[in-house]
Design a protein around this ligand. Structure first.
Ligand code: ARG
Length: 458
């Protein structure tokens, strides 16, 4: 056998540097299970079609079983000389079973082989991520439910805007995570198509049965153009885009946890196990985990851009550029998986400081809109009501009090339409209860949203 699977037409060996530069085995060996699965399905099809003998298939199956054991036990000798996961396994197979090993690659190229391996790998990763999103969502719903009626200031421009409940605020993140899961499920459909059979780029002259291989490997259908099958990585880019959005959502939540935990805000405390101390300042408890989620989001965004850039200038069909797809893809999946695992636990470790949230509502005239709406219901056009309440807020600011602290007479100075029923709408709880439509922050609506969410989770 020649030193390399392809060295027959070469007159000099590659240098050690080029060998190292072109090899991918250090990182693509994590697709070994998928590579073996794909090879077994391919071999089974070759035997069924009479392209290899039944005895060859038996040898290949026996050899692959041993290789799988060796890999599982950590005894497989990965070799840089054999470039990638595909050639390493094929070489070992041939060493173990002889000619049958050399027949495995009939009607196949590493180009359709690697595209198949990545799709199998990514399909598993997506399924794992979907399950982890579910775990995160369940825990998020528990915390939201416990706080369905816990008032806190809702912000726009980071200025106190209107009262909401903490449960309602958390349910916003539930909605985001639901869309993240939808996107991943949708992406999975396009991941789950079989490239094998495309061979190097043009297909193959052997009488192959691609549908059979697709069914063996659980693919929904085959890739219908051989050039496209080996060359595009849009399915991986799409996954990274969905992952970047998922991380962006968790990054926003992280930013809020960090802000809420700041002593200047003091809305929550995070469990100690997600924080670290300072080596110099003995009093510190820093929210390191959410900060790292925020930081790692940058890394995931970077991988998305890396893959888009990798693809944009490539002519059809396969180019070695595509070997660079794996590390960003693996890293993205790893980062998302770890982040979701940590978040599911961290979210249950939030200690809510309900009194601080309620106190904060006293500082921002959070019920000013409710007063304007009250005047509208008494017959004032909304723009006039807005103006009247703005003057009331200015007066309250000058006096250093909140709107409900004014007497009835003081309030009537801003509009004669004010009656003594006004104080009911100026309270936080009145404001919350009045937002009683679907998607509103009234505690009953928040509970309904949580119940709806639970029924979709199953
Ligand atoms: N290691 C390669 C990759 O990851 C496998 C395909 C190599 N094909 C080739 N014609 N050199 O893309």
């Amino acid at each position: 056998q020649p030193a390399k699977a392809w060295s027959g037409r070469f007159s000099e060996p590659v240098s050690d540097l080029v060998k190292r530069y072109t090899a991918s085995v250090s990182f693509d060996q994590r697709m070994a299970v998928q590579d073996i699965r794909g090879s077994l399905a391919h071999a089974k099809m070759l035997a069924k079609q009479g392209i290899i003998a039944a005895a060859d298939l038996a040898d290949i199956e026996r050899g692959m079983a041993q290789i799988r054991d060796e890999i599982e036990r950590g005894e497989f000798a990965w070799n840089l000389d054999d470039e990638d996961v595909h050639l390493n396994i094929e070489k070992r197979l041939t060493a173990l079973v002889g000619d049958a090993g050399k027949r495995l690659h009939t009607g196949r190229s590493r180009n359709d082989q690697v595209a198949t391996d990545i799709r199998l790998w990514l399909r598993d990763a997506i399924d794992q991520i979907l399950a982890l999103i579910g775990d995160f969502q369940k825990n998020l719903l528990d915390v939201a439910e416990a706080n369905a009626a816990t008032p806190m200031p809702g912000f726009t421009h980071l200025q106190i805007a209107q009262p909401v409940t903490f449960g309602h605020h958390l349910m916003a993140y539930f909605e985001m995570s639901r869309r993240d899961a939808e996107r991943l499920k949708d992406c999975r459909k396009r991941v789950n198509r079989l490239p094998l059979g495309a061979a190097a780029l043009a297909g193959t002259s052997y009488p192959i049965d691609r549908e059979f291989v697709a069914a063996e490997l659980g693919f929904d259908e085959v890739c219908y153009n051989s050039l496209d099958a080996v060359s595009d990585r849009d399915f991986a880019i799409e996954f990274c885009a969905a992952a970047a959005l998922l991380m962006t959502h968790l990054s926003r939540l992280s930013e809020e946890l960090i802000l809420w935990m700041s002593p200047r805000v003091g809305f929550i405390d995070l469990a100690d196990r997600f924080c670290t101390g300072s080596s110099i300042m003995p009093q510190k408890k820093n929210p390191d985990v959410p900060e790292l989620v925020r930081g790692k989001t940058g890394r995931v965004n970077g991988s998305l851009i890396a893959l888009l850039t990798l693809m944009k200038g490539q002519p059809l069909a396969y180019n070695k550029d595509n070997q660079e797809d794996k590390e960003p893809l693996f890293d993205t999946a790893d980062t998302v998986i770890d982040t979701l695992r940590i978040y599911a636990d961290m979210i249950t470790g939030i200690r809510v400081k309900a009194d601080a949230m309620r106190d904060a509502l006293k500082q921002g005239y959070a019920t000013a809109t409710d007063l304007a709406d009250y005047l509208v219901k008494k017959g004032l056009p909304f723009r006039d009501a807005h103006e009247a309440v703005a003057l009331a807020v200015r007066a309250a600011e000058a006096k250093g009090c909140d709107l409900p602290d004014f007497s009835l007479d003081e309030l009537r100075a801003f509009s004669p339409l004010v009656g003594d029923d006004v104080f009911a709408v100026l309270t936080v709880d009145g404001s919350l209860a009045s937002r009683a439509h679907v998607g509103g922050t009234a505690p009953d609506q928040v509970r309904a949203a949580i119940a709806r969410a639970r029924s979709t989770l199953g």
